[in-house]
Write a protein that binds this ligand. Structure first.
Ligand code: PEP
Ligand code: MN
Length: 336
């Protein structure tokens, strides 16, 4: 339920409402808007009629049910957009933030040459996998902690905050020591133990949509993070499984527009995994920018044919700078 406060409600009236929500057996989450405050009562097992009765409390404008199954991430609870600060880079403030780097960190030389090139091209964050979720156990699994050290060094040199995937609760502490944004990969979107653990860290989380997850399931996964105590969540659409096999996944652009309607959290697109084809990255990136996405995540490698993971979908260094030039041109509806 949402308790909407009146414009001129006093702090004492607000505190009274928060106390009553807790007494009724719910968690109280406060959102202060420019004009009025909203108290969201969430949880299970509370006494709903006590919340409904708060309509009569001083300073309360009305009590309404939250229409969606996800609560704290819904725009009903927080109408203004969340801006997530990633090591000084703001995601969700109306700018278009490009995250770029290799699928996996493979060596110092590979990471640093990519980091310098993406920085020169205008990327704001550096990505690189240290712990890799691979379909086959015989494929490259990532350099682990050594990759984290290299990422931290690359941040030191370039000033770009770094993003890397956390696959397991066991790795959360060491990744938090070195990274600025913790990625939950598509395969782990509904790893609830991991989400609960990441709700307790003081680093922002990039939550990728599962390949077979509905938008509702994706937002409910985000709800685990926010309800558990971490409000700094960025959503990433990375393509879903469909009958189409010409592209690796189907980048669901409508889901980005829909997610931005339903939630106040920033939403970015990953056209690399979303298409699997370098030639489609620029058009899909421009489409994502045109529909209001808050940014992009793209895979870049100095020599894609030698990459240990996701080479076929990676841009090379000139390809990345060309993408950035095309993104800075005025957006046209039709690609030429
Ligand atoms: C990745 O970002 O390299 C990755 C493994 O992504 P996803 O979880 O979307 O497959
Ligand atoms: Mn990848």
């Amino acid at each position: 339920m949402i308790i909407n406060m009146r414009e001129r409600a006093t702090e004492a009236e607000l505190q009274h409402v928060i106390d009553r929500v807790k007494e009724a057996g719910y968690q109280a989450h406060l959102t202060r808007g420019e004009e009025r405050a909203i108290v969201a009562a969430v949880g299970s097992g509370g006494r709903r009629h006590e919340l409904e009765a708060l309509a009569a409390a001083p300073g309360v404008d009305g009590v309404v049910a939250i229409a969606q199954p996800f609560k704290l991430v819904s725009r009903q609870v927080k109408p203004h957009r969340t801006v997530v600060n990633v090591g000084g880079v703001q995601i969700g403030d109306g700018s278009f933030v490009v995250i770029a780097g290799p699928c996996s960190v493979e060596s110092r030389e590979q990471l640093f040459s990519t980091a310098r090139a993406v920085k020169a091209g205008g990327a704001r964050l550096l990505r690189g996998g240290a712990y890799k979720p691979r379909t086959s156990p015989y494929e490259f699994q990532g350099l682990g902690v050594e990759a984290l050290w290299l990422l931290a060094e690359a941040r030191q040199e370039t000033g770009l905050p770094v993003v890397t995937e956390v696959m397991s609760t066991e790795d959360v502490d060491v990744i938090c020591e070195h990274a600025d944004l913790l990625q939950v990969g598509a395969r782990n979107m509904q790893n609830f133990a991991l989400l609960r653990r990441l709700a307790k860290v003081d680093k922002p989380v990039l939550l990728k949509r599962g390949p077979s997850a509905s938008v509702k399931e994706w937002l409910l996964a985000a709800e685990y993070l926010v309800a558990g105590g971490n409000p700094n969540v960025v959503l990433c659409e990375r393509g879903i499984k469909t009958f189409e096999t010409e592209t690796r996944n189907t980048l669901d652009l409508a889901s980005i527009a829909l997610a931005r309607e339903l939630t106040h959290l920033p939403v970015i697109a990953d056209p690399s995994h979303g298409t699997g084809r370098p030639s489609l990255i620029a058009p899909m990136s421009r489409a994502a920018a045109a529909l209001g996405a808050d940014g992009l995540m793209v895979e870049v490698h100095p020599c894609p044919e030698r990459a240990l993971s996701d080479g076929p979908q990676s841009l090379d260094l000139p390809g990345f700078s060309q993408l950035m030039r095309r993104l800075s041109e005025p957006l046209r509806a039709v690609e030429t």
